[in-house]
Ligand binder design. Structure first.
Ligand code: CMP
Length: 141
């Protein structure tokens, strides 16, 4: 059994799509092991997306991720990392395959509704970021 991290992003929480996203991951064979609603501060967002520092979209990505509540969750399944990437589709919803989460509910490159870990190693780091002993995100309000 493998674990991965899915985040419901601010554009999707604002449209009340948390339940729809959870329903679709559960229907695809994933088990939700942990889930929380939270908000990122700018420092936390910069740390979470540190691998993208220096890219032209980095500042916009970080402020967007702080713009509203997010819902990180730990999902378990065999081949969870690659199966979840397939389920959510390409980063840009306009290029994502028909039937993927981002195709169906994403809006653009930035407002693409969900984030999923890209490798088992990053899944471990990202799960610890939100659910480890030293949690980085503030409670939602
Ligand atoms: P995510 O899976 O959360 O990982 C990094 C994020 O950066 C990605 O989803 C997008 O939301 C964002 N991103 C990647 N490329 C671009 C881009 N060209 N313009 C704006 N945002 C981008």
């Amino acid at each position: 059994m493998e674990r991965t991290l899915l985040i419901v992003k601010p554009d999707a929480t604002a449209r009340n799509l948390i339940g729809e996203i959870v329903r679709r991951v559960e229907c695809s064979g994933f088990t939700v092991e942990q889930i929380t609603k939270t908000r990122l501060g700018m420092e936390q967002a910069r740390r979470f997306y540190a691998v993208h520092e220096g890219k032209p979209f980095f500042a916009g990505l970080c402020s967007y991720m702080c713009s509203g509540p997010i819902v990180p969750m730990v999902l378990a399944k065999e081949n969870a990392v690659s199966d979840l990437r397939a389920l959510i589709g390409a980063t840009d919803p306009r290029r994502a395959a028909c039937g993927t989460l981002r195709y169906d509910i994403g809006e653009d490159n930035q407002r693409n509704s969900v984030h999923a870990s890209d490798a088992p190693e990053s899944a471990e780091i990202e799960i610890a970021f939100f659910f480890g002993r030293e949690q980085h995100a503030a409670p939602s309000h």
